[in-house]
Design a protein around this ligand. Sequence first.
Ligand code: SF4
Length: 91
Amino acid sequence: MRLDENGDPVEYPSLLTQAGTTLKAVAKFAASGCKTVDQDRYERRLEICRGCPLFDATASRCTSCGCLTSVKLRMASESCPHPEGARWGPE
Ligand code: SF4
């Protein structure tokens, strides 16, 4: 088990849950016409993730959904899955 910089375990949802999340995200993205955000909005989203305790900086992934931020943050149809409320998107 990998540990974060505080010595806490880095945990992700189950692989089945991650697969379901990915399928839903891809379907929503396709339904939106595959719209992506511009570089400025991408970087604003990334800055928010970098300040979030659920961001796994080593893998550049969100531990709440398991998504790769380099992909998720580009999709205009996506939003932050933070359990206490979305920190960004959709736009
Ligand atoms: S919960 Fe939201 S802000 Fe936090 S890492 Fe995931 S997508 Fe980014």
